[in-house]
Design a protein around this ligand. Sequence first.
Ligand SMILES: [Zn+2]
Ligand SMILES: [Zn+2]
Length: 344
Amino acid sequence: MKAAVLHAIGDMRVEEMPMPEIREPNDVLLRVRAVGICGSDIHFYTRGRIGDFILETPTIMGHESAGEVVEVGPAVKHLKPGDLVAIEPGRTCRKCDYCHGGRYNLCPDVIFMGTPPVHGAFCEYVVWPADFCFKLSEGMTAEEGAMMEPLSVGMHACRLGKVKAGDSVGILGSGPIGLTALMAAKAHGATAVYITDMVEARLEVARSLGATATINVAEKDAVDAIAELTGGRGVDVALDCVGSTDTLQQCFRIAKTGGAVQIVGMPAEMYPQIPIYDLINRELTATGTFRYANCYPASIAITAAGLANVKALITHHFSLDETPQAIAWVHENRDKVIKAIVHP
Ligand SMILES: [Zn+2]
Ligand SMILES: [Zn+2]
């Protein structure tokens, strides 16, 4: 089969790789139909590593994917050939306390697609356990299926931040995760969602998705703007979907007293200064967000119900042959792209 393989920094080649095979009774063989290009794919392409994960052997990138079932193992009951599924990219051990407790995203033995040395989905075929494949609702497309990954990040953040009906939510950053968090917050019943960015085109998409107010931080300070919008009270839940020290600090300022700070973006520094007096004196609850758990079914359901227009985030399309150029291009044109999709 054809695959886009990352060999070294800046060296991705589309080449022949062995066809994956069903090995476990619970496996399914999938024809990959759509894969989103994510910041982490670009990071591996440009730096060769993310934290402890280092590119040492040629690896297929890509973890935001959907595919069509081609063949199922003998133990697979809920899928059949022809089904279109969203592929949850982290397969877990199913045996540890975290797996048993429902927080399987924290499983120490997770195997995650497109994270060296685990192969991802920029290729024609993938074999993956059936319990991490979620059948799309009638009428949903493969590219919507690929978007279930970033949407699940937004869903998980809103669940951990306990967003509920009538809440006000402040989201810093209108990249793919900020925008999926916006959809997820609204699906959880938030009635006021304020969202920031420096790129006007992204704020326009945010408005089309029902943001209550958008703040262009090139023109206006996010903390002042949200104070104004909430009459000085602050938001019930503040989400940092950028991962800069600035936005992280701002989250602690825009959350209402007693409110929640949900950290989704990963700051570049290990020890950013955070406004600790806000955390203590105003009893904020700050929580980290790592990927997602049990979110795919809900993400599919809200998309099918018309509560999450993930298609609005897809701005560019590429073929599998174009994957190396696409990743380089997206890296250089981040302001123009929200989500680019590769169609193997
Ligand atoms: Zn991703
Ligand atoms: Zn586990």
